[in-house]
Design a protein around this ligand. Structure first.
Ligand code: NAI
Length: 474
């Protein structure tokens, strides 16, 4: 404790400037409340306020003014309120833009039971580490035909290794014992399969941490029946997005769920929840999630005593039954913040957990095995727009038509199954040996004389192993 306070005193000797982004909806009210609590707790921070979200859309079409992004880069740490993202059309998510622009590759969401809250479980204490850049969040979507839209799910080896390594380093640094990989590799054999194999590769370097894996559907069931069996979970982006809201529900809901977006140099702390338009401006919002995100930020910056003080103030207030409306209470945002300020413990009376501050995840120690493979193109999947099963040549140059599928189910050769067909088919042409770029161009020209093709995927083999999935029934 002595050492911890000395280190806090050192950290306090100069103020760390934090970029604060209040955001939209309830963002400004909860951000004001959180900054007030941190100032009352003596956090050695200076605040620099910046805009993002709907309020800045006239200055920046994507909702993220260049000076806001520059400020986050300059100060390397930001506290951010929620920002609105229109569904269906309009600008991309400001959060996703920040995460990608600054390569904030790990989203860390601690989920811990709070005192005094009526929930199904009172002993939840887990951490979700969500890959934060890849998966379907590349937002790579195309309308392929009048009836079909596709979205690319992109999982990479470097991205998967990086987040797995972060999860294991976090487990070590935070004194956790087990890391569980959450995936769907039984269906997404190549993409989630890669995520899982990278996890297993990294796990081998951490013999002191138990490693296991679970399918995401089973993980959801287990989370709502026995959440105490989980410690640290690491998961691709989309599953992480969903299970972290589910896990938030275990400990009191979105109003109490914090998060940190962590990169190699920069970190942005924000609540899991959104702008809550239904209660925006009414002074009813719960600032707890953003406050716990700020506590996470204080620990990231090494201000452990201050973090413990704020957290303890919050826990005392909740234990006393003071609650905002989402938690069944009557307290408004400002009054809730006032209660926390009044409940802040005297620093010297507080036991500060000896937790190392920043999780440092090194670059992979092992050479990238993927780069040493021998790659060959052995065929092509050509996606064509066509109503009914297209009639295509059985042979084109070195290629033979091996299969046509519709929505992933084989419809040629053999009897077409009795399924609903859409106007979009995958036509698989394969060759007996490696083909050239010219062969592929020639194939597309020929197919184009029969049907309109939308996109093309080369069928590659690495060291003789096929790098593509089969159709249902193929
Ligand atoms: P939401 O999280 O804003 O609201 C869902 C429900 O939870 C609402 O009933 C709301 O009143 C309640 N709620 C959320 N936070 C609360 C708090 N602190 N205190 C009390 N009640 C709270 O989710 P929704 O409605 O799906 O999204 C609204 C907007 O927020 C959308 O534009 C969405 O894109 C954006 N959003 C932004 C995020 C971010 O900036 N980190 C994250 C999630 C959504």
């Amino acid at each position: 404790m002595q050492t911890q306070q000395a280190s806090d005193a050192h950290a306090s000797s100069c103020l760390t400037t934090v970029a604060v982004i209040p955001g939209d909806g309830i963002g400004p009210e909860i951000t004001r409340a959180v900054v007030r609590v941190l100032e009352a707790a003596g956090a050695p921070l200076a605040w620099e306020w910046h805009e993002a979200g709907l309020g800045s859309i006239e200055r920046a079409a994507n909702g993220l003014p260049a000076e806001t992004l520059a400020a986050i880069q300059r100060h390397r740490v930001a506290l951010k309120g929620p920002t609105a993202t229109p569904s269906g059309a309009g600008h991309k998510s400001v959060n996703v833009t920040i995460r990608k622009a600054l390569d904030l590759y790990a989203n860390v969401r601690p989920v811990r039971s709070l005192p005094g809250l009526k929930t199904r479980f009172d002993d939840v204490d887990l951490v979700i580490v969500r890959e934060n850049i890849e998966d379907t969040y590349g937002g790579i979507e195309h309308r392929q035909s009048p009836e079909v839209v596709q979205c690319l799910k992109v999982i990479t080896r470097p991205g998967s290794l990086a987040v797995a390594r972060y999860a294991f380093e976090l487990a070590r640094t935070w004194g956790r014992r087990r890391v569980t990989c959450v995936h769907k590799a039984n269906i997404h054999k190549l993409s989630d399969g890669l995520f899982l194999s990278c996890f297993q590769e990294v796990a081998a370097e951490y013999p002191d941490i138990k490693a296991d894996d679970i399918l995401v559907d089973n993980a959801c069931m287990q989370l709502v029946t026995q959440p105490e069996r989980f410690d640290v979970l690491v998961t691709p982006n989309l599953y992480g997005d969903i299970i972290s809201d589910l896990a938030a529900g275990l400990v009191g809901g979105l109003g109490v769920a914090p998060a940190g977006n962590i990169g190699r140099e920069v970190a942005v702390f924000e609540a899991v929840h959104g702008t809550a338009p239904d209660i925006a401006g009414l002074g009813l919002a719960n600032p707890t999630a953003l406050l716990l995100s700020a506590v996470q930020m204080l620990r990231y910056l090494g201000h452990h005593a201050c973090a413990a003080r704020v957290e303890e103030g919050l826990r005392r207030v909740l234990a006393d039954g003071v609650r905002t409306r989402d938690l069944g209470g009557t307290c408004g945002t400002e009054a809730f913040a006032d209660a926390i300020v009044a409940a802040l413990p005297v620093e010297s009376q507080l036991a500060v957990p000896q937790q190392a501050s920043r999780v440092v995840a090194q670059a992979p120690a092992t050479p990238d095995a993927a780069s040493s493979s021998v790659w060959e193109v052995r065929g092509v999947d050509v996606f064509v727009e066509h109503r009914g099963i297209p009639q295509l040549p059985a042979r084109i140059g070195p290629f033979a038509l091996a299969m046509i599928s519709n929505r992933g189910t084989k419809v040629y050769p053999g009897p077409a199954p009795d399924i609903m067909l859409v106007d979009w088919h995958r036509c698989r042409y394969v060759a007996d040996s490696a083909v050239s770029e010219d062969d592929v161009v020639m194939l597309l020209k020929q197919i184009g004389q029969h049907v309109s093709w939308m996109h093309v995927e080369k069928l590659r083999h690495a060291d003789g192993v096929a790098c593509y999935s089969k159709a249902q029934g193929e």
